[in-house]
Design a protein around this ligand. Structure first.
Ligand SMILES: [Zn+2]
Ligand SMILES: [Zn+2]
Length: 426
């Protein structure tokens, strides 16, 4: 039974022969003593990885069923990771695979945070991914591709999974020393290999002929576990889908109300939609969407980290409102502002008359051009931060102008209720 580990094909490199045989014996011992709970104590993560890199291609030529390689990845390697990284198995689930019924081109072993996911098909996890040609292995903070493929179909899914990876890369406070966001290449043929490549967030490549020490490998893993924890914190109480939807908002041109950075991004996006250079080309297609004025159903909220419902605003709708304003302040068209570099027109900001945070109280959408106002920056700041008297003064004028239009899109409200929403005390 030792035949397979005989490795005489390593003859031209004596050091390797010694080491490989040594490791093979350790693994063989481990296989035989598994049931008696004895440990050799000498087989560490470096040797376990090297063994896969050195023997996987050979194993693939043999019968899949009951092959030692399967046991090595599923059981021995798994135990080593759990023991050497001190993983609490109530919190982490470790799983290795060499394929299902036939050899996988990319064998892997994953570490799942049970609160996030326990399957490689969705969610965030750490995974060791072996290159198809066994020239090395990646440790990767990765995401389940199947989730994106099923939710968005392959083409759009590819874009979405890259977007979540990029957003998370930017949000992370802690990045392990030796790790980068550089793309990974597994050299596989199948869509699973491609999914891993696209889902990669952060990681490191270990070359087969230059594996670091077990100590360094484990230290890398432990550091990546800190980053992984950070993702758990970001997700908070949300489901994975709620979290991903939230991350992907701005990718869909949606921005949240009441958030400084999002407000800035929102106004920027509105400006860029009206970019001079593209404005002319799109003019015709835009004119025909400027006629409808009927109620639209209430949109779905997204869920933030504290599980609070939030209501996205669509930058396209705001751009339409800005265009309809003819770039004049809705409170007083004589108000001056500077010229926007992007649009070449007077710079104005877009504001929702009935604030988006009250969307829950309405059965129709509040994100409609009819109730969006283009205001000069001063009026816009004032309607948010001015005195009650000034705010009421602006609101009265805007309400008079717009309340018929509000009715037409199904928003029933009077001036007093509107003033209340702006915290005006009477
Ligand atoms: Zn505003
Ligand atoms: Zn103004």
């Amino acid at each position: 039974m030792f035949q397979f580990y005989g490795t005489t094909w390593y003859d031209n490199n004596h050091n390797n022969v010694t080491e490989v045989i040594h490791v093979s014996e350790l693994i063989e011992n481990r296989l035989e003593t598994e049931n008696t709970n004895e440990r050799t104590g000498e087989l560490h993560i470096r040797e376990a990885i090297q063994y896969i890199l050195d023997h996987y291609q050979e194993a693939r030529l043999s019968l899949f069923e009951n092959h030692k390689m399967g046991n090595h990845v599923r059981s021995i390697f798994k135990d080593i990771i759990i023991n050497e990284a001190n993983l609490n198995q109530d919190h982490f689930y470790v799983k290795g695979s060499v394929g299902n019924g036939r050899w996988a081109e990319i064998p892997w072993i994953s570490i799942f945070n049970r609160d996030i996911t326990t399957t490689a098909t969705k969610g965030y996890y750490i995974v060791y991914l072996f290159k198809a040609d066994m020239s090395g292995v990646y440790i990767s903070l990765n995401q389940g591709w199947t989730y994106f493929k099923e939710k968005y179909q392959t083409k759009l899914g590819r874009k979405k999974i890259r977007t979540t990876a990029n957003i998370i890369q930017k949000k992370l406070n802690f990045t392990p020393d030796h790790m980068t966001a550089e793309a990974i290449t597994l050299g596989g043929q199948g869509w699973l290999a491609e999914g891993y490549e696209k889902g990669h967030i952060l990681g490191r490549f270990y070359s087969a002929n230059n594996l670091p020490s077990s100590k360094e490998l484990i230290s890398d893993l432990k550091e990546l576990l800190i980053t992984y924890n950070e993702i758990e914190y970001m997700i908070g109480e949300r489901t994975l889908e709620q979290f991903n939807d939230y991350l992907l908002l701005s990718d869909d041109g949606q921005f949240l109300e009441e958030e400084q950075q999002q407000e800035e991004d929102f106004q920027n996006r509105v400006q860029s939609i009206l970019d001079e250079k593209v404005k002319k080309a799109e003019k015709n297609s835009m004119e025909d969407i400027e006629t409808e004025d009927t109620p639209l159903p209430k949109p779905e909220p997204v869920i933030d980290q504290t599980k609070k419902e939030r209501w996205p605003r669509d930058a396209q709708v705001a751009a339409k409102a800005l265009r309809l304003s003819k770039f004049k302040c809705a409170f007083d068209e004589t108000h001056v502002s500077f010229t926007s570099k992007v649009t070449g027109e007077r710079y104005l900001e877009v504001h929702h008359l009935v604030p988006m945070k009250y969307q829950r109280n309405f059965n129709v959408s509040l994100d409609r051009a009819s109730q969006l106002l283009a205001l000069c920056p001063t009026c816009h700041r004032q309607i948010h931060h001015g005195t009650d008297k000034d705010k009421e003064n602006i609101l009265r004028k805007l309400f008079d102008d717009r309340h018929e239009k509000l009715k037409a899109i199904g928003i029933e409200i009077n001036l007093d209720e509107l003033c209340q929403m702006y915290g005006i005390e009477k």
